[in-house]
Design a protein around this ligand. Structure first.
Ligand SMILES: NC(=O)c1ccc[n+]([C@@H]2O[C@H](COP(=O)([O-])OP(=O)(O)OC[C@H]3O[C@@H](n4cnc5c(N)ncnc54)[C@H](OP(=O)(O)O)[C@@H]3O)[C@@H](O)[C@H]2O)c1
Length: 288
């Protein structure tokens, strides 16, 4: 098993695989990550997908018949040059199967509708375009090469060390509850289980939502995290006021509202969620 981009999610996937007796290798960008993974018993090699030349990526290890690809796209533009570089670098050493983490952002704004996997993607923000372009590149590559690709469209990831506590401590306001969009989430441990299940049981070419299926209001989310952590709630402002005060990145999230169903992942991948809602997840995050 090879994890390309082995950070917060990848380390948990590696641990699950190791617990199942599988050898795990990884590709990361920084030497600090190599050392951190070594301590977990994962042999990691360095490659920067932003700068590799042709043939610059070390050949895929023999263990790489199954690849988890978790490297995020670059921060700008509408392309995923990193994924393109990796596909190119694979050359003929292609894997048998790839599990790819995409995002639910590919659906764009759905006006708060419930969304299933067969809804046509309609990306709005550039960050969502990069993901959609990456999904399409992978599926075309799959068709041409015969490599099986399974796509997980992942909601907002939370978990130990991944709560917006710094944002809450900053005191920067958030948008009023009645003007805030729906958001969707998944606890990192459930996401790791879904990734492993997708490698084992996902249908080739199939898309699965990775979310807990319990969408909530974005402002409620911040308030619930603040309450659980014993911090003061953030002040609320109107959407009109937010336009001048919040960052363009945050504003782009405020313009998108959708509620994601996860029936396909639960039924086809056979994963039982340890953290089926935010209440259960927050208890776990804050007790560690
Ligand atoms: N945060 C969310 O709510 C959310 C939602 C949906 C999807 N996702 C996606 O889920 C995936 C996994 O997330 P995560 O939290 O595990 O991310 P993460 O902790 O930032 O890990 C990303 C990994 O990719 C590697 N990487 C980054 N740039 C690279 C490059 N140019 N060349 C080679 N490797 C590179 C990093 O290497 P180093 O460790 O050496 O830095 C790291 O190992 C990402 O694609 C993320 O965008 C996130």
């Amino acid at each position: 098993m090879l994890v390309v981009g082995c950070g917060y999610v990848g380390r948990r996937v590696a641990r699950l695989l190791q617990a199942d007796g599988q050898a795990v290798e990884a590709v990361v960008r920084g030497s600090a990550s190599v050392a951190r993974l070594k301590a977990l018993g994962v042999r990691a090699r360095l490659a920067d997908l932003d700068s590799i030349e042709d043939g610059g990526l070390p050949a895929l290890p023999a263990a790489a018949s199954s690849v988890f690809y978790f490297v995020p796209p670059p921060g700008e533009g509408r392309e995923d040059s990193r994924l393109r570089a990796w596909l190119h670098a694979c050359g003929t050493g292609i894997p048998r199967r790839v599990v790819y983490i995409s995002t639910t952002g590919v659906y764009g704004d759905c006006g708060g509708d419930w969304v299933e996997e067969d809804r046509p993607p309609n990306p709005g923000a550039d960050r969502a375009w990069r993901r959609r372009v990456a999904e399409q590149a992978l599926l075309s590559w799959s068709e041409a090469s015969g490599v099986e690709v399974v796509i997980l469209r992942v909601a907002g990831i939370y978990g130990p060390g991944r709560l917006p506590l710094a944002r809450i401590r900053s005191g920067e306001p958030i948008v009023r509850r009645d003007e805030a969009p729906y958001t969707n989430r998944i606890h990192v441990d459930d996401l790791a289980s879904l990734c492993v299940a997708a490698m084992r049981r996902g249908l080739p070419g199939r898309v699965y939502h990775a979310c807990d299926g319990r969408p909530g209001n974005m402002t409620d989310y911040f308030h619930r995290v603040a309450d659980a952590a014993g911090l003061p709630r953030l002040p609320e402002i109107s959407l009109a006021e937010a336009e001048g005060r919040l960052s363009p990145g945050l504003l782009s999230y405020l313009r998108e509202s959708r509620r994601l169903r996860n029936r396909r992942a639960r039924e086809e991948l056979g994963v039982t969620f340890r953290f089926p809602d935010l209440d259960a997840g927050l208890v776990d995050c804050l007790r560690r």
